[in-house]
Design a protein around this ligand. Structure first.
Ligand code: SF4
Length: 975
């Protein structure tokens, strides 16, 4: 709700609140005015004291005198109001108005922040990088424990020192402000709020996954600036992000994402469960100390004289007797005991709830179970808090107002509970992806209005977006892939997915858009070609970082913004020349180091990032960089391709072919990308180098691509470039260099990282054929990894771990991957998609025979399609005149294809002629179901059938003799 409130308004509000807060702190030291409101003679003031009333502490009536209101105002109005704001409006309001957060930004505003000096070893350039809390540092890992500890300490300090001692409270608040400013100097961003503020745990509890009226950062237009993200107003008066990525995931950018990210962490459990105990014990202690509730509800504790003198007096008063434990000990003891106890009970409750779900077979994920418990905790603790918080003042209201206040709290918390209980990580992810898809639909400019009946695309829920995507007439084929590509790109840029888990993360979207795993892999490679950094596994991408870099980029780009072109000065004018290709980027930046330095510091930009972003502004430099990265990738792929063509293990031809085709597919996509770059740089001095290298490294795919009529490359390039490409391509010999087995294994290990499960499985399997020990290590790593493995990969890894560590020991039974490879090796099934091959492999049975055994007799009807995989067999046809025609069959051949397709009896008896012959048998029903489902496969089968018929017709024309091969097609005539 407040995410879109202009920063200028919030800035003013922040100033007002900060001034108010500073005034309040000042009043804690000197306040000649407010005591007047508590004067017993001031009959108009509801806050006046009643000297005749007796408020007892440990059976002694306390003396009442007029007092200054600063402490009372702070503890009974400001603090409770913050909790209400958090639950209703969320952190997106609170974190934008919090005075302490504002004051912690003073060093940033003054440009006084700690920087680390860094010298680039290559260029010798010195840079100063903004100090940030590292994610893997002690603080980065334990900040929630620290904040919770500080919160506990803060509550103890409050009960012991600063509840009513105004000067102590003043000192305490000033100390907090100084600490916040110091942290603002030591670390960039809002590190005070993220890593130190003792109130941050409370903000998390009430503000996550979102307040009642909080906006959703993962939905809508997906703007750069969301929720309470750090922002500034630039010189043009526009709001822009000031994020330096001080934490990831950041609550200020997307509270719900941050919530789901850490929901099962043990620090979150301590927070939610321990907090309830702290709240209960904090209020209960007033009773335990005074021996009655009057002390708390009268608000006397906010102006009790000489609070510090009670530190060593009895800390408990129970059953009208003081207990001789000093208050100094009693307070931390009570809070610690209750905090620890509630944490213990919370863990017990969690365990019982999980057990209940397991017993009743409810399919809730562990995150969702945890979420439901946390939601319940927050609901309970909110109402518990307001049973006490602010009551000393609220109880002074007229009864109808008091009643309204109570009803309001219950209604608000119930609505929040209802809204929050339904959330789940899956729903978040579905909404998030649907929002990305919505954005792509807008980009494609499809006419959706006729399907929306007056509604806007924005107002559609995720299910409606997917339904719309399915029924939109123009949204087919390439458009779907383009939209999917856009979604994937954004997901990769924001670190929502990476190259290895994107297949899994976007699975649901692929199902909705009818996009296959193979198409996903192709799109992924294309994205890698457009931006090689995107798939770099060493680069940890986060939304925070993306925002930071984008903001820096926008800042530079804004210097050449269209409005300012005519008057562009200094750096802006130079940048304009770069865009207009009148200058190189390198000529521009060193001239204005001061501007660049301050920009770099503002966004905590490192030297590498600066170089990359600057290079991306200059199109030629950008293209040349991309070309070099792609040529390097091509070199690796070429070496991999050579490694996979080694004549080692010739009996695994299908596996090698499959892996080679994976590599070739990648090569083709990269070569296409390089040809496009080469076209843009055709007259650049580097064009010849690129063309020659490309010709040399892509000799196995380039000639076909150049001839491809879709792209007509041979016509688009100048004859010089074409001759350079072809000349190198022709020079590359077909001789395969000798490559050691361990090098092949290393290439297979790279293929094991591919997203496609079939490539992964085959790579692992082939490693086992070359080095069983290494394959077992890798299998174990895969099983131990947190990635969700496809069944085939997991099964193969398990199988390998059970194998003896002896080279070339084949397991007795065929594994699924081996069956799959036999299927892939047969001409009939080789074109099937991975998922269909896997399915068939699971269903196929292996049948073993000895020499002279009959597989099926002539005249009988076969119930299974038979694929010879090992050994030998013969077809024997008994003719009416007693003559027997014989045809030998070899591994890889289907024995009864035509009979199964035509559903006729066997034309020939199939007899095994070699010992240890094995046949892969597929049930007719399975085969026919596949034909019905996979149209491309059915078409291929039909083509084969027609081809065989044509062959038979020709043979019959050419010879009156019945040849062996005609045996196969007899059934076809019967059909
Ligand atoms: S990550 Fe960015 S938006 Fe979030 S607090 Fe840090 S600087 Fe601000």
């Amino acid at each position: 709700m407040f995410a879109k409130t202009p920063e200028i308004k919030m800035h003013t509000l922040r100033w007002l609140l900060t001034c108010g807060w500073l005034l309040l702190i000042f009043s804690l030291f000197y306040d000649p005015i407010s005591p007047w409101l508590t004067d017993p003679n001031n009959t108009l003031s509801p806050l006046r004291i009643h000297p005749e009333a007796c408020v007892k502490v440990q059976s002694i009536c306390l003396k009442q005198t007029p007092y200054a209101l600063g402490a009372r105002l702070f503890w009974t109005i400001i603090v409770p109001a913050a909790i209400f704001i958090l639950l209703v409006f969320g952190h997106e309001l609170w974190r934008r108005i919090c005075p302490l957060s504002f004051l912690s930004q003073i060093p940033r505003a003054l440009g006084w922040q700690r920087h680390h000096r860094r010298v680039d070893p290559k260029s010798g350039r010195t840079s100063y990088e903004l100090a940030k809390v590292k994610k893997d540092s002690w603080l980065g890992r334990n900040y929630l424990y620290l904040q919770f500890g500080l919160f506990y300490l803060g509550l103890c300090i409050r009960l012991l020192f600063v509840n009513s001692e105004r000067w102590a409270l003043g000192v305490f608040l000033i100390f907090t402000i100084v600490s916040a400013i110091a942290v603002g100097y030591l670390y960039g961003g809002k590190s005070w709020c993220q890593y130190f503020c003792p109130m941050a745990p409370v903000q998390k509890i009430y503000g996550e996954p979102g307040g009642l009226l909080t906006s959703k950062a993962h939905e809508g237009e997906r703007q750069t600036i969301t929720q309470s993200m750090c922002r500034i107003i630039n010189t043009e008066g526009k709001e822009q992000s000031a994020c330096v990525a001080c934490q990831s995931p950041c609550m200020d950018i997307d509270a719900e994402r941050s919530y789901w990210d850490g929901i099962t962490n043990s620090d979150q459990k301590l927070l939610y469960y321990g907090y309830i105990g702290l709240v209960i014990s904090f209020y209960l202690y007033y009773y335990l100390y005074a021996g009655n509730w009057d002390y708390y509800f009268s608000g006397f504790w906010t102006h009790e004289a000489n609070q510090l003198t009670t530190l060593l007096s009895p800390g408990f008063y129970l059953f009208n007797k003081p207990i001789p434990i000093p208050k100094l000990v009693a307070v931390p003891l009570t809070l610690g005991f209750f905090g620890g106890g509630s944490y213990f009970l919370g863990r017990k409750l969690e365990k019982s709830y999980k057990n209940y779900h397991a017993r009743t077979n409810q399919s809730l994920s562990k995150e969702q179970i945890q979420h439901q418990i946390f939601t319940l905790c927050t609901f309970v603790v909110f109402n518990l808090f307001y049973a006490f918080g602010a009551r000393p003042n609220i109880n002074l209201l007229f009864p109808p107002l008091l009643y309204f206040y109570d009803v309001l709290l219950v209604v608000v918390s119930t609505l929040w509970f209802y809204q929050t209980w339904k959330r789940s990580p899956d729903l978040y992810s579905r909404e998030s992806l649907a929002s990305r898809l919505r954005k792509q639909l807008v980009k494609l400019k499809l006419d959706v209005s006729q399907f929306l009946e007056g509604r806007s695309l924005e107002s559609l829920n995720p299910d409606e977006v997917y339904v719309l995507a399915k029924i939109l007439p123009g949204f087919t084929g390439q458009k779907r892939l383009d939209a999917y590509k856009g979604v994937l790109k954004e997901a990769l840029e924001e670190g929502y997915a990476n190259s290895s888990n994107s297949l899994e993360v976007l699975q649901q979207m692929r199902q909705e858009l009818d996009i296959s795993d193979k198409e996903h892999v192709t799109v992924l490679i294309e994205l890698g070609i457009e931006d090689p950094d995107l798939l770099d596994p060493n680069k940890q991408r986060t939304r925070e970082n993306q925002v930071r870099l984008q903001s820096y980029r926008d800042q530079i780009a804004s210097m050449v913004g269209s409005k300012r072109r005519r008057t562009a000065k200094g750096l802006g004018r130079d940048l304009l020349k770069v865009v207009q290709k009148e200058k190189s980027i390198q000529d521009v930046f060193p001239k204005d180091p001061q501007t660049m330095r301050s920009l770099r510091r503002e966004y905590a930009i490192t030297l590498e990032e600066e170089e990359r972003i600057q290079a991306s502004l200059d199109e030629d430099t950008n293209l040349l960089n991309r070309a070099d990265i792609l040529l390097n990738q091509l070199q690796e792929l070429f070496e991999r391709y050579q490694a996979l063509r080694q004549p080692l293990l010739p009996d695994k031809v299908a596996a090698w072919t499959l892996l080679q085709s994976t590599v070739q597919q990648k090569q083709q996509l990269i070569v296409k990308g390089l040809l496009k770059i080469l076209k843009s740089l055709e007259y650049h001095t580097e064009a010849t180098r690129i063309a020659l290298t490309l010709g040399c490294l892509a000799s196995n795919v380039l000639p076909n691509l150049l001839e491809d009529e879709t792209f007509r490359w041979h016509k688009r390039f100048s004859p010089k470039i074409i001759s350079q490409l072809i000349q190198q391509s022709n020079r590359a010999t077909d001789t395969i260099p000798q490559i050691e087995a361990d090098v092949i294994v290393s290439h297979l290990e790279v293929l094991l990282q591919e997203p496609d499960s079939l490539t992964q499985t085959v790579s692992l399997y082939m490693i086992s054929q070359l080095d069983i020990q290494r394959s077992q290590e890798l299998a174990q790593q895969l099983l131990d990894s947190k990635l969700t493995l496809k069944a085939l990969v997991g099964e193969t890894a398990q199988m390998l771990l059970k194998q003896e560590v002896q080279p070339n020991t084949a397991p007795a039974a065929l594994s699924t991957i081996e069956k799959l490879l036999y299927l892939f090796g047969s001409d009939l099934f080789s074109s099937l998609k991975t998922e269909n091959l896997v399915e068939l492999a699971y269903q196929a049975q292996v049948k073993a025979y000895n020499a002279d055994e009959v597989v099926i007799e002539q005249g009988k009807k076969g119930k299974q399609l038979l694929l010879l995989i090992e050994g030998e067999a013969q077809l024997q046809v008994n003719l009416d005149d007693g003559e027997v025609i014989v045809e030998s069959l070899l591994p890889g051949q289907i024995l009864n294809e035509m009979e199964i397709l035509a559903r006729t009896e066997q034309d020939a008896t199939i007899v095994v002629t070699a010992p240890e012959t094995r046949i892969l048998a597929i049930d007719v029903d399975t085969f026919e179901a596949l034909l019905c489902r996979v149209t491309n496969f059915a078409r291929k089968v039909l083509e084969r059938k027609s081809l065989l018929l044509q062959q038979l017709v020709q043979q019959n024309r050419g010879s009156s003799n019945v040849s062996g091969s005609s045996i196969h097609v007899k059934g076809a005539f019967k059909e």
